[in-house]
Design a protein around this ligand. Structure first.
Ligand code: ADP
Ligand code: ZN
Length: 732
């Protein structure tokens, strides 16, 4: 039974049930025997099947009442709360995602329809047996030794090596007793009363502001800004502590979930127990437990990936989005949403504060703070004596570098000096694999993916070419697939594996290691590797952007950026913002402990405004310039943007539909927007499907979603054509 006064339906009342089936309406059913609450999770008959649904409201009563079927049963989980239903509706409305898909996001836990959440277990009772047999003795011994929480009949008979009738016989005499215990154990209690770190003045002020909002149970978005190492995590952990003291639940979203081990250790140190975890790396049993405990209010803190926003919190009192600028918060498959924006929405519906933490906020967040919509709290300097590392450019035009090598003499000597001093260095290149291009020196053919508009990337460890779009792999060709000449295929350009090869040759005595997501089968292996790199005896790390994300490397004092120009190529309007963020974050890895750090950026364009802004550290200047450019062109966050992606196995059909929409753009024009395109999407072909994109741009105040719906609804699409809408696209 829900703990708030909510609507109840009596048996036979008409209720509307939302299901995860692709139907465009809520279906009418009759409430089951015993009735049901609004928000109840139910199983309903649909055709010959039984499907999961949620009681969404009164039935519409527009079906022949004689044909309306009855809800099969109410599931044994807490009903979905009003604010969660509201959240799903608003989030679905904003992202133009059908409610069936929104419900799917909210029910991604296994075993939701399993019958009881309690299970029967056997424990030691008070009785004495009428006679003692070896089998009976084994049962008693097993319970004395291991049976504190009790065992199911099956577990106990197996452990003791007896038949179940032996256990039942003992039960009759009260030697063992039956008890009901929850199937999913609650999490250990976190104790906000344990001492936190003593905060600096800045930190204490920021924490105090956040705590005040928490006590007032008031929605508000706070940008918590401070360089890496300034103590943002310490500050928001104090906000979590206040939230726990208020008896409400807290959610911390992290972008790269593989990197949570360090964070979990800190949570445990601060609160004395582990929080609940929710991400792709947790087992099905743990997911089930997490989902249910969150719903019952018995998980105080959830640490999770973006989908943790859709858990059924009983009383969510705080959301933290760490590294809020991270592009992995934007989900593009299925429902296309930005977890940062959805966190703000969810918090506002829950009267909860939301903290966006970053050293390098997204321009959207920066602008919202600038405009006074978000409160900005700055942590002025790094905790401890070290400031951000010294940053300098290595002008590659002046370096004497033989072909097929990428580490300039200047960078090599800087690395050499650090290694000599027994310190750790990092070479950063945001490119997985060995070489981005495999070229035939006879005919110029570059090996591409058969299904995507992408080059195959050589991965030397796997001895294969891999497509980074779809994962397709091929053996390294001996013979050119185009001109069939043998022995002319060559690796062109560097990936981390190749830089590691060059580094190993340059520093034969150093212990080097590569950190790249594709080299690890599991999140666990990756975690272990990062721990080892941070605290082991590795001298030189060669890494992709994995290393940029929030991990401490206490011995690291030098970061060498192999190609600082990489992100500045291409026409992506966000390229400058992304490069700026990434370079600053990578640089922030250096010199976090006692020793001062240094960051060296290899670049062919040291005078590029973005490179200059990175080096000078004039952040506010950089943001102001970027913001002015976006504003002048009416781009987000100063204007609104949506993408319409049309995909098909037939390129012409996708283009034709795009053209048709572009020609019939009345609904968009009437609303004050403009349609651009159709043009090939940023990735024009994925898994054999051709992708075409229309971009819709509109001034800020325009109600874009209804216009988009009017424009695209009612199209009759043949089976091979798909259309999806991406509100606030990341790439434009
Ligand atoms: P950020 O989240 O901004 O990168 P952290 O909170 O991780 O910064 O702080 C960086 C390091 O400094 C951590 O090891 C943290 O425990 C330590 N630290 C930060 N503030 C304090 C403090 N007030 N007292 C002691 N240690 C601190
Ligand atoms: Zn591919």
């Amino acid at each position: 039974m829900p703990d708030t006064i909510d609507e109840h339906f009596d048996e036979g009342d008409l209720v509307g049930v939302l299901t995860a089936e692709p139907l465009d309406r809520v279906l009418d059913y009759k409430a089951p025997t015993g009735g049901c609450w609004l928000g109840a999770f139910v199983e309903v008959p649909l055709g010959p099947r039984k499907v999961l649904g949620v009681v969404w409201g009164k039935g519409r009563g527009d079906w022949d009442i004689a044909k309306v079927r009855k809800v099969n049963r109410v599931l044994d989980v807490a009903p979905m709360r009003a604010e969660m239903r509201d959240f799903l509706e608003k989030a679905g409305g904003y992202t133009l995602t059908p409610m069936s898909i929104m419900l799917r996001l909210a029910t991604r836990a296994p075993g939701l329809s399993d019958p009881p959440s309690m299970r029967k277990v056997y424990r030691l009772g008070q009785g004495t047996p009428d006679r003692v047999t070896p089998a009976r003795t084994r049962v008693i011994e097993t319970l004395v030794e291991y049976g504190g929480l009790g065992f199911t009949l099956k577990e106990l008979s197996e452990l003791a090596g007896v038949t179940s009738s032996v256990v039942k016989g003992l039960a009759k005499q009260g030697v063992v007793e039956e008890a009901d215990t929850p199937r999913d154990a609650p999490y250990l209690t976190l104790d906000p009363g344990l001492p936190g770190k003593e905060l600096t003045e800045d930190q204490a002020f920021a924490a105090g502001q956040l705590q005040e909002g928490l006590r007032a149970r008031r929605y508000g978005t706070v940008l918590l800004k401070g360089v890496t190492g300034s103590g943002k995590t310490e500050v928001y952990l104090e906000a979590v502590a206040e939230c726990l003291r208020e008896g409400r639940q807290a959610l911390v979203l992290l972008p790269e979930i593989a990197l949570t081990s360090e964070f979990l250790t800190r949570v445990k140190a601060r609160f004395g127990a582990d929080p609940a975890e929710w991400h792709s790396g947790v087992t099905m049993t743990e997911r089930r437990r997490c989902w249910r405990m969150v719903g019952q209010g018995e998980a105080q803190l959830v640490v999770g990936a973006r989908s943790a926003l859709f858990l059924p919190y009983r009383d969510l009192g705080l959301i933290v989005v760490d590294e809020e600028h991270d592009t992995s918060y934007k989900q593009d498959e299925g429902a296309s949403y930005n977890a940062r924006d959805m966190a703000v929405l969810r918090a506002s519906l829950n009267d909860a504060p939301v903290v966006l933490a970053s050293a390098t906020p997204s321009l959207e967040t920066w602008a919202n703070a600038q405009a006074g919509k978000y409160t900005r709290l700055d942590l002025a300097s790094r905790f401890g004596p070290q400031d951000l590392p010294d940053m300098a450019a290595i002008d590659m035009r002046l370096e004497d570098l033989p072909g097929s090598s990428w580490l300039s003499p200047s960078l090599q000597s800087a690395v050499g000096a650090r290694l000599q001093a027994g310190e750790q260095a990092l070479l950063f290149l945001n490119r997985r694999g060995y070489a981005p291009v495999t070229l035939c020196r006879a005919c110029g053919e570059m090996v591409g993916c058969d299904h995507c508009d992408a080059r195959m990337v050589e991965h030397r460890f796997q001895k294969r070419l891999i497509c980074h779009q779809c994962g397709e792999t091929k053996p390294l060709p001996e013979v050119c697939p185009s001109c069939e000449v043998e022995g002319k295929m060559a690796a062109v350009g560097p990936g981390v594996e190749r830089i590691a090869e060059e580094a190993a040759a340059a520093f034969p005595d150093a212990k080097t290691a590569i950190l790249s997501s594709d080299l690890f089968g599991s999140a666990r292996a990756l975690k272990a590797q990062i721990e080892e790199l941070a605290h082991g005896d590795t001298d030189l790390i060669i890494g992709t952007q994995l290393v940029a994300k929030g991990h401490n490397f206490p011995r690291l004092t030098l970061v060498g950026v192999v190609d600082a120009d990489l992100g500045l190529q291409g026409s992506d309007l966000r390229a400058a913002e992304r490069t700026f963020q990434l370079m600053r974050q990578v640089a922030g890895r250096a010199g976090r402990a006692e020793k001062p750090g240094q960051a060296l950026l290899q670049t062919f364009q040291p005078d590029h405004p973005v490179i200059r802004a990175i080096l000078s550290g004039d952040e506010e200047g950089f943001w102001r310039t970027e913001a002015a450019e976006r504003e002048a062109s009416g781009m987000p966050p100063y204007g609104r943007l949506a993408g319409v992606i049309i995909s098909s196995t037939e390129a012409a059909a996708a283009f034709d539909l795009g053209t048709h929409l572009a020609r019939n753009d009345g609904p968009i024009r009437d609303a004050g927007g403009i349609v651009y395109g159709p043009a090939p999407a940023p990735i024009a072909r994925v898994r054999g499907r051709h992708r075409v994109r229309l971009l819709v741009k509109a001034p800020k105040g325009v109600a874009l979603q209804p216009a988009l719906s009017r424009w695209t609804n009612g199209l009759k699409l043949p089976g091979h054509l798909r259309l999806s809408i991406d509100i606030d696209p990341q790439n434009f």
